[in-house]
Structure formats: structure tokens, C-alpha cells
Design a binder for this molecule. Structure first.
Ligand code: ADP
Ligand code: MG
Length: 337
């Protein structure tokens, strides 16, 4: 398996701001790789470093084994899809898609033939003569994809490409993007702040926090074995008990996380469990599940998520009541703080 993109101790600092701070990373050829993290965590900067729009302050980036320093963006085997599409409004959809070939001097008939094929691939074969303004948001995003893919990049960089779409369209596009990546077999590097999006599409996910990577893993491993308190919380919203609280309430020597869906009213569990009392703050009915917010000793709000069986009403307790909740001891994940 060859490495498509490699970061070796890469930093990008803007004066005092450590946008990217000592990142090392291997992204394999053919991977669907996501960079996940909150706003300002360094995802876009990392993508721009790969694309060549930014240079590292320190460290080195290799693309298919070649040192990228000094290589201008157009000589890198990568292309980018931006959130705002960046389509040319005065050009037809077909000419937008053919643009990269025009710059390369490909004759009109040939570039139109290739652009038609790309439009077919993103299911927009009938839309070539329209202007971008006459398309929906999802269709524009597919035009942007076709335009980026027409130059056959070995790596496609996508920066929150679905951010402007509504939920239903976003989910449909996630399925399409994943299918497209499989079919083309090229490397996708996908930036998002949406953990559901990263988890549902990716082979592996890097979780960014303050310019650093906290963990790189497959989605299931991130969820089942979060390495840090930040990852446990950001991916799947685990309840994290810091070392002080873990030791005081549970005589645990180390900070740990426990998923809201592993927690039950204490009366419903037996065996080797951990139990705690808390005051019910709120119940949120979410359809398939209900979410209970519980205050623990005035120091921590924890969440319990219970399934709502079809037809049955949700588990009830009056808000304000003190109740005991529990979880299997085997359900906790020790985490670094
Ligand atoms: P993300 O994409 O994860 O939201 P960015 O990579 O855009 O994060 O930004 C990371 C940090 O670097 C932020 O604090 C941002 O304000 C800062 N930053 C990014 N680009 C520049 C720049 N050109 N000049 C100064 N600060 C920047
Ligand atoms: Mg960004």
C-alpha cells in the first residue's frame, strides 16, 4: 500500500496562532480520509498545505513520496472542492466543468466530450447548457465535483463541501460521494466539523483539536476506543469524568468516558455496575430515543439515552427528582485528559 500524503512534524504558525502544530500523518492511496474537528482546529490550513496554497513554517509534506516544498499547486497531483463551489456564474455548466482542460489548451470538441462524460458521472448529463444560477445547491456541488475530477487528480481535497446543503440533501450526497470515491479508487481527503458525516463516509478519521491531532483511527475504533477526553466527547458525546471526579465518586484512579446509551436507570441493571445519584434536569423526546440530562453533585451534567420502544411511552420521571443511574463497569473507556 503506498502513501498518498505524508505530514512529517508539520507546523503552520501565524505569529502567535499555531494553526497547525506539529502534525505527523500518513494517508494511504485510495483511502477516504477525514479531518474532523471544531471550527478553528486547523483543518482548512492542513488542506491548504497539501494543495500548496500555504507553506509549512516547519516540517515537510510528501505527496506520493515526493517532497512538496517548492511545488506550485498546479504541479501537485491534487485538486480541491470548496464549500462555496467557486463556479463561474457567466459560464455554462459544461464550460465550468471543462475549465481545467481549457487552461491546459485542450481543443474545444475534446474538452466538451470529456466534460459531458464527467457530468454524466455526477448525474447531471442533461444540465450542461444551464448557468450555475439555474441549479439547486446540491446540483452546483456536483458541478464543482465534476470540475475538480476532470483533471484526474490522484487526491481530491474536499473542504466542508456539503456545508451549505440541507440535512436530507447532505445525507444523499454523502452516499453519492462515498460511492464515487469507491468507483474512482482515488484518495479523498475530506474536511468536516460534523462527526456523523466523518463517521459515515470515512475509512479513517483524524480528530483535530487546537492545531493538533488527538487520534487517527477507523470510525468504529474512534467510537469504541477514544484515546482522549476530547475525542470521547466530540465523537458521540460521551460523558467524561475527569480524574478528580472519577476518584471521588467511583474510586477510579483515571479519567474515563461512558456513552449515554450505555446508561440505564439503576433498577434496570445488575451485575458489575457503577452507580451514581443525580437530579433529573430535563427530558428530550427524540423519536427513536429519549435523552435525559442529569446533574451529578452540582459538578457535571451527564446524559442518558434510552430507546423508545415502538408504541410504548418513554421512561418517565419528574424533572427535579433525584434518581440513581448505572452502567456496566465494562462500558467505561479510560481516557487521557
Ligand atoms: P478550521 O478549518 O479547522 O476551522 P483553520 O485551519 O481555518 O481552522 O484555522 C486554524 C486557526 O488558524 C484559526 O485560529 C484561524 O483563525 C487561524 N488562521 C487560519 N488562517 C490564517 C491566516 N491566514 N492568518 C492568520 N490566522 C489564520
Ligand atoms: Mg475550515
Amino acid at each position: 500500500m503506498s502513501i498518498a500524503v505524508q505530514f512529517q512534524q508539520v507546523s503552520r504558525h501565524y505569529d502567535q496562532v499555531k494553526a497547525v502544530d506539529d502534525i505527523s500523518l500518513d494517508i494511504a492511496e485510495g483511502e477516504f480520509f477525514s479531518m474532523l474537528g471544531p471550527s478553528g482546529s486547523g483543518k482548512t490550513t492542513s488542506l491548504r498545505l497539501i494543495a500548496g496554497f500555504e507553506q509549512p513554517s516547519r516540517g515537510s509534506i510528501r505527496i506520493f513520496g515526493q517532497e512538496a516544498a517548492g511545488l506550485p499547486p498546479n504541479l501537485r497531483a491534487v485538486n480541491t472542492v470548496f464549500q462555496d463551489y467557486a463556479l463561474f456564474p457567466h459560464m455554462s455548466v459544461l464550460d465550468n466543468v471543462a475549465y481545467g482542460l481549457m487552461i491546459k489548451g485542450v481543443a474545444k470538441a475534446e474538452r466538451h466530450r470529456q466534460a459531458e462524460a464527467m457530468l454524466d458521472m455526477v448525474k447531471l448529463g442533461a444540465y450542461g447548457s444551464r448557468r450555475p444560477a439555474a441549479l439547486s445547491g446540491g446540483q452546483r456541488q456536483r458541478v464543482a465535483l465534476a470540475r475538480a475530477l476532470i483533471l484526474h487528480p490522484r487526491v481530491l481535497l474536499l473542504d466542508e463541501p456539503l456545508g451549505a446543503l440541507d440535512l436530507k440533501l447532505r445525507e444523499a450526497m454523502q452516499t453519492e460521494l462515498k460511492a464515487l470515491q469507491r468507483r474512482l479508487g482515488i484518495t479523498f481527503i475530506y474536511v468536516t466539523h460534523d462527526q456523523g458525516e466523518a463517521m459515515s463516509m470515512s475509512d479513517r478519521v483524524a480528530v483535530f483539536n487546537k492545531g493538533r491531532i488527538e487520534q487517527v483511527d477507523a470510525p468504529q475504533a474512534l467510537y469504541n476506543r477514544p484515546a482522549t477526553a476530547f475525542v470521547a466527547d466530540f465523537v458521540g458525546g460521551a460523558n467524561v469524568f475527569g480524574q478528580a471526579l472519577a476518584s471521588r465518586l467511583f474510586a477510579q484512579p483515571q479519567a474515563f468516558a461512558v456513552r449515554p446509551e450505555r446508561i440505564r436507570p439503576a433498577a434496570q441493571l445488575d451485575g458489575d455496575v457503577m452507580t451514581v445519584e443525580g437530579r433529573l434536569l430535563d427530558i428530550q423526546y427524540l423519536g427513536a430515543t429519549s435523552r435525559y440530562e442529569i446533574d451529578i453533585a452540582g459538578e457535571k451534567t451527564m446524559a442518558m439515552v434510552l430507546p423508545n420502544a415502538e408504541g410504548a411511552s418513554q421512561w418517565q420521571a419528574p424533572v427535579g427528582e433525584v434518581l440513581a443511574v448505572a452502567w456496566p463497569r465494562a462500558a467505561i473507556h479510560p481516557v487521557a485528559e
